[in-house]
Design a binder for this molecule. Structure first.
Ligand SMILES: *Cc1c(COP(=O)(O)O)cnc(C)c1O
Length: 392
């Protein structure tokens, strides 16, 4: 079978899904247990407790069996009502999706369009709030994965915090677990993370939490909701259960991930991810790639390819020839950028191999013998770069 032929060099360096840790792969292949067993109860209790530490919140965190987008929906339907005015920051595909979703639930959505590759200007949001939008919520990505941008979540939280009727809902799907995003301290009222991104698991779960301020709106929210009604889930969690069948497989693997990171230390975990980002950003220009994002997130790096080539071709060649997966661009960035993920279980050797293989692909597509000839020397430099003991 095809997956049995995977070798250790094959890797997924996309901004989700990501490479799995071997211990996680083992956890995912364990025999099934029922979710109403003392064995699972213990795992669930531990994971729920640990997730509050990951979110940096005093509030409960919920484990939903849905991809990240389901968690985005859960934030909306539990706090908002049709007709509510919402300010959606749209700086790429995921901002666009959230705005569409809010409109789908009957909200009046004002979009703040931000040029792709740029972060939102805090002053622009402040102005719109001041101009009397009477917004019930501001929607924002912590990391806009389609452009590789990190938005100034902390600064936005400080401003929105002074509006008692406005909630700050943050899509942290490609951010939470990859770099610090302390929910309570940064006045985030609704936060969502996703299993296949920084949590280094397969797709299929989202994680959400609501601030004290947001909980006040949960009872009065009039959006239709059933599966994602957190009130029911909260009661079940308080009894040590999930309301619907628990996602035993992924929750058990999440337990492993959280234990692995706890053992290593979260600071070191964040540092490793930022080191990968730095490594890519240092060597990319030597391959003729230019940083696309003006406010790059550590979760991924978006790089502009030389105008003479189609980035989609480069990523396909990288996959077919070398079994390395990175992503291309979407919409207006289609054919123009490559997006390299920094989340997941990735070794320094894999990072170096990625850049060497990418160098070969680019040399072939651009016909640059100069690039091809410089790769050998670059490899030595790359090995030296890691020398400082970033440690993985
Ligand atoms: C991946 C991603 C999503 C969508 O998550 P799914 O699991 O595909 O539903 C939403 N927002 C951001 C910022 C993402 O990176």
């Amino acid at each position: 079978m095809q997956w049995e032929s995977l070798n250790p060099d094959d890797c997924v360096l996309a901004p989700g899904p990501v490479n799995l840790h071997p211990a996680v792969q083992r956890a995912l292949s364990l025999p099934m247990i029922h979710h109403r067993t003392p064995e699972f109860d213990e795992i669930l209790a531990r994971v729920l407790k640990k997730m509050r530490a990951v979110f940096h919140t005093e509030q409960p965190v919920f484990l939903l069996s849905s991809t990240g987008s389901g968690g985005m929906e859960a934030l909306l339907v539990n706090t908002l009502s049709p007709g509510d005015r919402v300010l959606a920051i749209n700086s790429g595909k995921f901002g666009e999706r959230w705005a569409e979703m809010a409109r789908g639930f009957g909200m009046q959505v004002d979009e703040l369009h931000v040029e792709w590759g740029h972060a939102v200007k805090v002053g622009d949001v402040a102005q719109m709030l001041k101009d009397g939008g009477n917004y019930r919520a501001v929607l924002c990505q912590a990391c806009e994965t389609s452009t590789g941008v990190a938005h100034p979540v902390r600064e936005l939280g400080e401003i929105i915090h002074s509006y008692p009727e406005t909630l700050f809902l943050v899509d942290g799907i490609a951010a939470l677990g990859a770099y610090p995003l302390p929910m309570d301290q940064w006045f985030i009222d609704g936060l969502v993370g996703g299993s296949q991104k920084a949590f280094m698991l397969p797709a299929g779960m989202s994680f959400v939490s609501f601030s004290q301020k947001a909980w006040k709106f949960v009872e009065s929210a009039k959006c239709p909701r059933y599966y994602f009604d957190v009130r029911r889930e909260k009661k079940a969690n308080e009894k040590g259960e999930t309301f619907f069948s628990s996602n035993v497989t992924i929750i058990r693997a999440l337990d492993v991930v959280l234990n692995l990171i706890d053992e290593k230390g979260w600071d070191k975990h964040f540092l490793e991810i930022s080191k990968r980002a730095q490594f890519i950003r240092y060597f990319a220009p030597k391959l003729g790639l230019i940083n696309y994002s003006l406010a790059p997130s550590n979760s991924l790096t978006a790089l502009s390819t030389p105008p003479v080539i189609d980035s989609q071709k480069a990523r396909l060649m990288l996959e077919e020839k070398f079994k390395i997966t990175v992503m291309g661009g979407q919409d207006q960035a289609k054919g123009k950028i490559l997006r390299i993920g920094h989340m997941g279980h990735v070794t320094q050797e894999q990072m170096i191999r990625l850049m060497m293989c990418l160098g070969e692909v680019l040399a072939e597509l651009t016909g640059s013998t100069q690039l091809k000839n410089s790769l050998k020397e670059m490899k030595i430099e790359m090995k030296g770069w890691w020398g400082g003991g970033a440690g993985e």
